[in-house]
Design a binder for this molecule. Sequence first.
Ligand code: NDP
Length: 360
Amino acid sequence: MDEKVLVTGCNGFIALHVLDVLLSEKYHVIGTARSQDKADQVKESFKKLYPYAQLEVEIVPDITKSGAFNDVFKKYPDIQHVLHTASNFSFGHDQSTEEAYLIPATQGTKNILETSLTLGKKVKRFVITSSFASIMDFDHEGDANFIHTEATWNPTTWEKAKGNELSAYIASKKLAEESAWTFMKKHESEVPFTLTTVCPPYVWGPQMFDSSVKRGVLNTSAELINQALKTTPDFKGPFDTPNGIGCDVRDVALLHVLPLRNEKLAGKRLFPVNGTGVKQHNYKNARFNMQRVLDVLNKKFPELRGKISKGGIEDNEKALAAGFYYNNDETCKLTGIEFKPLEVTIHDAAKQILEFGSSD
Ligand code: NDP
């Protein structure tokens, strides 16, 4: 088979798992990375797992530059699928929030869609890594009568969000996804490909390669487990933040690849959530805060008891009830996936850090 899939930002936490699924399915993968070093590292790491894989990594230094992907499509005019994962997901930038979040998310999405339309004559499926950020409605956090689903849209605006890094990141993801659906509508008669978006909440689980843990720098979401492992028994908290819902990186990766084969996923927003599935309707299982992470670590790793914090919240069910209410039945039914439980995700990520990382 020579079915070519382009994966932008292929060295990212989620993208490396996406590559793993694609290569195990014998797709011909063309990744993009910002530097040769990063490209070489991706190729080197996968060579050990899949010695006969077809994997190229092209350098795209800046996805926000007009025509950023032109050379890639000129080199591989027969790309059949595009998985756009690249976007900034780290905080503490000395740029404006517009430069750090809005432009990479929206302009990067616009560029890759436009080039896929003009130069990608064979593109059939297009998948974008969006986020629960584009679903969540902060005005209804803790509101049991407001259920977030695949049909919910974050009502935030750039004007409202731009003054704060986190809210700017959230708004940038919403605006990027919205602009992608608008693009599809506007070019309805000429676009030869379908669009699916994946809207994950907090993504965690093991790094694709143990060597990433050794380097000690984990991506933003995985770092919370690292932080919990670094606590001491006298840690004073806070234990009630962040109050979020999670999903497993391996499930998120699978959701990026399923639309290439399953046409029922065309035009859909997919919403992965820990511990949900066609037969599982307990819509609080994926909620977490620092207390819940510590509870899982203390339960699953007896050797850590007395070394890390036990937390300090008596009634965590009550604390977690302040989080988002959700229902991802549509995604479960369409994909048939039983999403990994939160305990499994936390356990597997922590095990890898304990085996291969240093907690300082
Ligand atoms: P990573 O930071 O691990 O990966 C992000 C990737 O995007 C990297 O390859 C990075 O390149 C690339 N990138 C960022 N900015 C640019 C830019 N301006 N030009 C070119 N490439 C860029 O993040 P994740 O894997 O966690 O996230 C991937 C996607 O998933 C993002 O779109 C994020 O918004 C989304 N997401 C993540 C969640 C999570 O909890 N992790 C939750 C919901 C959505 P480089 O390595 O060179 O910086």
